[in-house]
Design a protein around this ligand. Structure first.
Ligand code: M6R
Length: 624
């Protein structure tokens, strides 16, 4: 998804912007650009390129790149096409027809066609197919009408625009001034020492190596950022808003690959540590040997959570799969009815939400537009919103009434891995804490589950030791054009997740099914060309899964089975077997998903594909 970076100060702005754009590459993009204004009467210095930030970098001359000690404002952008193909003309920044105003924009202006017609009637012409250029010229129109008052012009234009935006706008006549605004798309302003510098980002990533003092803009707020002045924040109705400066502490070293060839494999291997971090201070081993679960998010809302008769989980993609596991955990441990909804469907239905319902929103990025909209709908109808989020300070984290961060660190690979296990861990802790408070979970089962959960990081380590073997067996599957993933109970969502991982990074078509559903249709696809991944760990439905496997065997399907350590039966049926340590059924997804992630990773690498930035995908989907 698009990324924004901005700078105001007297360091080498081009270098800061390019570095920031590189740090935002993980979001996915197809073109990039920067613009600088040194205020020397030379107009805007604009550079754009299709493709990678490296292409843009190559297009910037040294005298611009290394220009220092000059007061300059600059903005940069990585674009992920929505309106108009990826091209230099459509790349941001966009300069207004008069040449007075320039802007970058994340989001979508829904009424851009209507606005464009109105502007064309007034003689405006356009160089691109984008909604962004329309917004730029609309600001320009008011800028000319209001005696070059940029702030007023931006507010007036935004009052006419329908849609989502995070924008940063510069004017040619004042090189020490920018205006920022947001609605449903995040924007962060970093404040340098003594207001002598400002850093702007669509998230805090390009800011934290310079300053930890940041302002997160709220929806429909406009920030007036002027060198050597305090930032002023206004609401769209022109009233002054409170300026809330926060401290962020994001470890930038966590954004590097740490010796692994790709972010995705680093993040897969990070999981034992991530889960320890996620449980730290929450799953507590007491001196008497027993366990407790302490979730501060529950404290203020415990009564409401306990009273809930109905929980609705809203999420997208991998987070939705985690939600399906959450449903089973909460229903089993808390005996509360749980529905799991795609946020994109939920927001456009007329769902039944009662005042005492709890809506759990799950999101890695915390910026997914559909999930955010689902939260807003739930809040309007009086439900309590509980966020399970990775992105600290993200829009969803701030929109939720309460919630728990999964604390797995920045996830850069577009294919979500450690966020999934973090989400499942938090859902387990939540179900344990609530089940105990409700009395629906016996103390014996609570203690046993806590004890087993504590062992999960070490057991994950054991699964990861098979990486080399999984790499080798992956070589047998690169030929495949279709895959089936089958699992039951807690392993059914893992089958869905395995299929999603494979298709998004290896471009092999894959489907996940509950294993018993196979005979209701998918079995027609089975032949010697078709690999079938069975999640067949040793639990109550084990023998039923073996029957499903035999049905596939007799049709010559190629079986890869994930089994419990020491299983002897399945090795006679399956061509390939990967073992995972034994654990409680409810905790199995935390182990069985790891071979799914590794298989997808190795198949994609062997096919020579870009596993961290697969085609057509964005890390953070901030448009619907
Ligand atoms: O940031 P979120 O968890 O809200 O993102 C939801 C989906 O876009 C995301 O899980 C997506 O499906 C991933 N590419 C899956 O690997």
């Amino acid at each position: 998804m698009c990324g924004i970076v901005g700078y105001l100060g007297s360091q080498s702005a081009a270098q800061i912007l390019i570095k920031g754009l590189h740090q935002l590459e993980y979001r996915g993009y197809d073109s990039a650009g920067i613009v600088l204004n040194t205020g020397q009467g030379k107009g805007f210095n604009l550079f754009k390129a299709k493709g990678k930030v490296a292409n843009l970098e190559a297009a910037i001359p040294d005298e611009v790149m290394y220009q220092d000690h000059v007061t300059v404002s600059g903005i940069g952008h990585t674009r992920w096409a929505t309106h108009g193909e990826p091209s230099v003309a459509n790349a941001h920044p966009h300069v207004s027809m008069s040449g007075d105003v320039v802007l970058v924009h994340n989001g979508i202006i829904e009424n851009y066609k209507e606005l464009k017609d109105q502007l064309m009637d007034r003689g405006y012409t356009f160089q691109s197919q984008t909604d962004t250029e329309v917004l730029c010229n609309l600001i320009d129109l008011y800028y000319q009408q209001h005696g070059h008052d940029l702030r007023m012009a931006v507010m007036q234009a935004l009052n006419k625009a329908i849609g989502a935006y995070a924008i940063v706008v510069m004017e040619q006549q004042d090189h020490a001034h920018v205006i920022c605004a947001r609605k449903a798309s995040p924007l962060v302003i970093g404040i340098g020492e003594g207001n002598e510098e400002f850093f702007i980002g669509s998230d805090a990533t390009p800011i934290v190596s310079y300053t930890h003092k940041v302002i997160y803009l709220d929806d429909e707020q406009v920030a007036d950022v002027r060198l050597n002045h305090e930032v002023e924040i206004l609401n769209l109705d022109q009233t002054l808003a409170q300026v809330d400066v926060k401290e962020v502490d994001l470890d930038i070293s966590a954004l590097t690959k740490g010796g692994f060839p790709h972010f995705m494999i680093k993040e897969i291997f990070d999981q034992p540590n991530c889960i320890e971090n996620c449980m730290r201070g929450r799953l507590v081993h007491l001196e008497d040997g027993s366990y407790d679960v302490k979730l501060s998010a529950l404290q203020n809302f415990k009564a409401k959570l306990i009273r809930a008769r109905h929980v609705i989980i809203v999420a997208c993609g991998t987070s939705w799969h985690a939600g399906l596991i959450g449903k089973q955990l909460i229903e089993e441990m808390c005996r509360i009815r749980v529905e799991v909804e795609y946020a994109s469907e939920f927001r456009y239905r007329n769902p039944v939400i009662e005042k005492d319902d709890v809506v759990i929103a799950i999101s890695q990025s915390g910026e997914t537009a559909d999930t955010l909209a689902a939260i807003q709908l739930a809040k309007e109808q009086g439900a309590l919103v509980f966020g399970i989020v990775n992105g600290v300070g993200s829009s969803i984290a701030r929109a939720a009434d309460t919630g728990i961060y999964i604390h797995v660190g920045p996830e850069i690979g577009v294919a979500s891995t450690k966020a999934f296990t973090g989400q499942v861990t938090v859902l387990t802790l939540l179900a344990l804490a609530l089940g105990r408070a409700l009395g629906t979970l016996s103390e014996e089962k609570f203690q046993r589950t806590c004890h087993e959960l504590m062992q999960i990081p070490a057991k994950m380590g054991e699964v990861l030791k098979q990486n080399e073997a999984i790499c080798q067996l992956s070589a047998h599957f690169t030929y495949a054009r279709n895959f089936l993933y089958l699992g039951r109970g807690y392993n059914y969502p893992v089958a869905l997740e395995g299929a999603l991982k494979l298709k998004e990074i290896s471009y092999i078509h894959a489907e996940g099914y509950p294993a018993a559903e196979m005979k209701h249709g998918p079995i027609a696809l089975v032949d010697e060309e078709m690999p079938i991944v069975f999640l067949a760990t040793h639990h109550e439905l084990y023998h039923k899964i073996i029957s499903n496997m035999q049905e596939v065997q007799s049709r010559k399907g190629r079986i890869l089975a994930i089994v419990t350590q020491g299983d002897e039966e399945i090795s006679h049926i399956a061509q390939e077997v990967i073992e995972v340590p034994e654990t409680l059924q409810a905790l199995e997804p935390l182990l069985s998903v790891l071979p799914m992630q590794l298989l997808a990773y190795h198949v994609a690498v062997m096919k020579g594909l870009n596993v961290d930035m697969p085609r057509n995908l964005a890390k953070s989907v901030t448009v619907e």
